[in-house]
Ligand binder design. Structure first.
Ligand code: HAM
Length: 416
C-alpha cells in the first residue's frame, strides 16, 4: 500500500475543524493589529534560503528539500517564511507604500529532520513580521501580538524566554570571545559541538548534551558584550513587557538557530510538548533585506508551529471535539422521489443549511441510521404518502419531536 512520506501527515475530516478553529483565531488576532496576510510560493530559488537563513545553520546544511527542476534551476521547498517574505517584499516593493509594513502568514513548511513527536518533515507555521522600524516599540508590538494569540487560544503554563544578541558588532566581539573559550574547552565538548565550533559557535550554547551543558555554564555571557545602544534597546523591551504584565525569563544562552538575528530573540516553551518543547520563536533581523539585495529595512517577527499549538490545545482540553455540523438529513423511500429530495435540499441549502441524503439506495432503516451517525439535527422524510398528501415529516433528532410541513411552507419553516 502506498503510504504518505515519512514525517508528513494527512489532515483528515475529524481534525480539520480544529485547524479551521485555529486559523479563525489567527485571522481575528492579526486583524485587531491591522496585519495583512500574504502568501508566497511553496518553493524558491535555493539562494533565498542559503543567503537568507545562513550557510552555517542546520536548516541550510542538512535539512532543506533541494532539487533541480527541468530547467536546471536549484529550487528548495521553503523551510521557513522570513527569507521568502523578505524576497517577496523586495520584489513587490511593499514597504514603499507604507512606512511600516505589518504582515502575517500561515502555511506548510518543509525540513528534513528526524521525525518524532512534535517534529515533522512537513509542518505548518503561523507567523507575523513587522517591517521598517528599528525601534524596540516594534519588538514590543510583535511580542504583544504573539501574547494576544496565546491568550486568545487559552494556552497556559508556558514560558517566554528572552535574550538580546545585541547589534552586529556586539555579536562579532562575543563570537570571538566565545570561540576562544570553547577552543580552550575543546576536549570536553560533544562531537556535534566540536564540529559546530568553527561554523557556528553560538549553536554550542543551544546544545542539550550533558557535556556541552557543563562547559557552557562558565561560558562568557552575551549580555556582557552588549554596547550601550543594544542595552538600551533591550531595556526598552523588558520595561514594556513588565508594564504590560507579560511574563518572561531572560535566558543568556538563547541564540536561535537562524543566522539573521540581532538584538531581541525569543522563544515560547511549553511542558505539554515533550522534548520538542518550543512552540514558537522569533526575533529582530535588521540586515536580512540587504543580504537578499534590498535596501536597509530593519524588521522583527515570530512564527508559531501550528501542530505544536494544536498539541497543547488538545492536552489542555481547549478544543471542542463536538463539531456537529449537519443540519438536515433527508430520508427517502424510493428513487422515484429523488426529485423531491433535490427540491427540498436545494431550498434548505439556499437558506444556509447543510444537507445530506442517501445516494446508495439504502433501505429506509439504514437511512435513519445514517442520519443518526451523521448527527443530523433534523431528518426530513419523503415517501409515497408524503408526496400524495404533500405533507413532509420533519423530525427534530434531538428532542424527537415531529411535524408535518407542506412543500410550499418549507421556506417559512426553515427561517427559524
Ligand atoms: P523556527 O524556530 O525555526 O523559527 O520555527 C518556528 C516554530 O516552527 C518552532 O518553534 C516550532 O514550533 C515550529 N517548527 C519548526 N520546525 C518544525 C518541525 N520540523 N516540525 C514541527 N514544527 C516545527 C523560524 O522559522 C523563524 N522564521 C521565525 C521568525 C519569524 N523569526 C523572525 N520572524
Amino acid at each position: 500500500m502506498l503510504q504518505a512520506v515519512r514525517g508528513t501527515k494527512d489532515l483528515l475530516p475529524d481534525v480539520i475543524n480544529d485547524w479551521h478553529y485555529i486559523e479563525e483565531i489567527f485571522r481575528k488576532v492579526t486583524k485587531k493589529f491591522n496585519y495583512k496576510e500574504l502568501r508566497t510560493p511553496i518553493f524558491e530559488y535555493t539562494e533565498v534560503f542559503s543567503r537568507g537563513v545562513g550557510e552555517g545553520t542546520d536548516i541550510v546544511n542538512k535539512e532543506m528539500y533541494t532539487f533541480q527542476d527541468k530547467g536546471e534551476n536549484s529550487l528548495t521547498l521553503r523551510p521557513e517564511m522570513t527569507a521568502s517574505l523578505v524576497r517577496a517584499v523586495i520584489q513587490n516593493n511593499l514597504t514603499a507604500q507604507e512606512t511600516v509594513a505589518r504582515l502575517w502568514y500561515f502555511g506548510p513548511f518543509f525540513r528534513y529532520e528526524r521525525p518524532q513527536k512534535g517534529r515533522q518533515r512537513q509542518f505548518h507555521q503561523f507567523g507575523a513580521e513587522c517591517l521598517s522600524s528599528a525601534n524596540p516599540e516594534s519588538d514590543v508590538e510583535i511580542l504583544l501580538l504573539a501574547d494576544n494569540l496565546i491568550k486568545e487560544l487559552g494556552i497556559k503554563d508556558y514560558k517566554l524566554l528572552l535574550n538580546s544578541l545585541g547589534n552586529k558588532s556586539s555579536i562579532l566581539s562575543y563570537k570571538k570571545e566565545l570561540t576562544s573559550f570553547l577552543k580552550s574547552e575543546f576536549e570536553n565538548l560533544s562531537e556535534d559541538s566540536k564540529r559546530r565550533l568553527d561554523q557556528n559557535p553560538l549553536r554550542v550554547l543551544d546544545s542539550k548534551d550533558e557535556k556541552d551543558l557543563k562547559v557552557t555554564q562558565n561560558a562568557p555571557k552575551l549580555i556582557d558584550f552588549l554596547d550601550e545602544e543594544s542595552k538600551e534597546h533591550f531595556k526598552f523591551v523588558t520595561n514594556s513587557l513588565d508594564h504590560l504584565n507579560i511574563n518572561y525569563e531572560i535566558n543568556h544562552k538563547l541564540v536561535r538557530g537562524l543566522d539573521y538575528y540581532s538584538h531581541t530573540v525569543f522563544e515560547f516553551q511549553s511542558n505539554y510538548l515533550g522534548s520538542q518543547d518550543s512552540f514558537g520563536g522569533g526575533g529582530r533581523y535588521n540586515e536580512l533585506f540587504e543580504e537578499l539585495g534590498g535596501k536597509h529595512t530593519p524588521a522583527v517577527g515570530f512564527a508559531f508551529g501550528v501542530e505544536r499549538l494544536l498539541m497543547i490545545l488538545e492536552s489542555q482540553k481547549l478544543i471542542n471535539k463536538n463539531n456537529n455540523n449537519l443540519d438536515f438529513y433527508i430520508v427517502c423511500f424510493g428513487k422515484e422521489y429523488f426529485s423531491y429530495v433535490i427540491e427540498i435540499s436545494t431550498l434548505l441549502q439556499k437558506n444556509g443549511y447543510s444537507v445530506n441524503y442517501d445516494i446508495s439506495r439504502k433501505s429506509f432503516k439504514s437511512q435513519l441510521k445514517d442520519s443518526d451517525k451523521l448527527k443530523a439535527n433534523f431528518s426530513v422524510i419523503i415517501g409515497e404518502n408524503e408526496v400524495i398528501s404533500n405533507q413532509f415529516v420533519v423530525k427534530n433528532m434531538i428532542s424527537g419531536e415531529q411535524m408535518k410541513i407542506k412543500l410550499e411552507n418549507f421556506s417559512k419553516f426553515v427561517k427559524f
